[in-house]
Design a protein around this ligand. Sequence first.
Ligand SMILES: [Zn+2]
Length: 123
Amino acid sequence: MKASTPAHERILRRVALQGDCWIYTGADNGKGYGVVGVGSMRDGSRRTEYAHRVIYCAFVGPIPDGYVIDHVRARGCRSTKCVNPAHLEAVSNRENVCRGDRPRQLAEENRDQARRQGQRRWR
Ligand SMILES: [Zn+2]
């Protein structure tokens, strides 16, 4: 398998449908969450990321700072290994931010936005 295959594509190749849930059948972090290797060995950005977070970033959008991805039971989701974007929702939490396979430009936009919000606070 080529290293250049986007992480979300590698995840979707390992999905088993269970009702409306897309169950990721790849690696497990030992706590019931699917994980996948993201980033590049070459530039040292290689790391493990939650599969559902990678999918959320790829199909829904960037995860705001301080938010985590929740599996929404009200939408019929029954598994922490589910990666169906329709079952995922960003919820506020103090846990760390999304650092998925996003272009650097997006990260810079987020930072600029945070800076603008900070400036508003000063006025
Ligand atoms: Zn689900």
